[in-house]
Design a protein around this ligand. Structure first.
Ligand code: DX5
Ligand code: ZN
Length: 235
């Protein structure tokens, strides 16, 4: 007699839901070799490219803008995840959408009409997301969840790469996952950004994050693929 074991549908759904994605933060790469670094990411199993835009006002540093994203777009077919750390993102949406962004994240702390800017991103056929700084209560993003594909929970103060993960941010991740689950938002992405390594990735994943923005840990590794495999291991 032959027995067939049918796959447990709930199990498959759960696996799918929490499939980890890695978004490589270019801030930590060798910018003089940008195209090469991105192709190394792709070969190593990285899913997205994380493009940190800083304006020198919302945060101290100034990094790069839409013209640089355009050159990145011309060098890769990878998913481009743009994180706007700018005081007023309103005028940037068209520029980054036209330059080839796939997802645009604005900060809930920025000075703009949050709903209108999120709608603008969506109307251009791009994914929209809200980011939140470590000291801002997670409740600040709840009124906008219906307009978002993702929330980015900052696990360091925005502005610099290479900082230490702030443990107090973990409960914000779990609270948010509980809310999106209760709302039936099954494919909702929660990204964590800042200080992610093999250890903090496990903490973030257990709390409900499914997208890891990773800079230093990836680009300073001797073997990027091995680090990528380790970070992607499900909890
Ligand atoms: C910080 C940026 C992060 C950061 C991540 O303001 O948003 O994306 O560069 O870098 P690591 O992984 O080095 O903390
Ligand atoms: Zn970022």
């Amino acid at each position: 007699m032959v027995f067939y074991i049918l796959p447990d549908k709930n199990h498959v759904e759960k696996e799918k839901k929490y499939m980890m994605k890695i978004s490589a933060s270019l801030l930590a790469c060798n910018l003089a070799q940008l195209a090469l670094e991105i192709s190394k990411c792709k070969k190593s199993g990285v899913d997205w490219v994380h493009f940190d835009v800083m304006d020198g006002v919302f945060v101290d540093q100034i990094t790069y803008g839409s013209p640089v994203l355009k050159t990145v777009r011309s060098s890769t077919d990878m998913f481009l995840d743009v994180h706007l750390m700018v005081e007023d993102p309103t005028k940037q949406i068209k520029l980054f959408a036209d330059a080839g962004a796939d997802l645009i994240t604005i900060h809930v702390e920025s000075f703009c009409n949050i709903s209108e800017v999120l709608k603008d991103i969506k109307s251009r056929g791009k994914k929209a997301a809200l980011a939140i700084k470590p000291l801002t209560p997670i409740e600040a993003v709840y009124p906008y969840l219906h307009l978002c594909d993702m929330v980015l929970v900052m696990t360091v103060e925005p502005g610099y790469g290479g900082q230490m993960f702030i443990p107090e941010t973990v409960e914000k991740i779990s609270a948010l996952r509980k809310v999106t689950d209760n709302l039936g938002m099954k494919d909702f992405d929660i990204q964590v950004d800042g200080g992610i390594n093999e250890k903090t990735a496990v903490t973030a994943k257990e709390a409900g994050a499914n997208v890891l923005a990773v800079g230093t840990t990836l680009f300073k590794a001797d073997n990027m693929k091995a680090v990528c495999d380790e970070l992607k291991k499900s909890v």
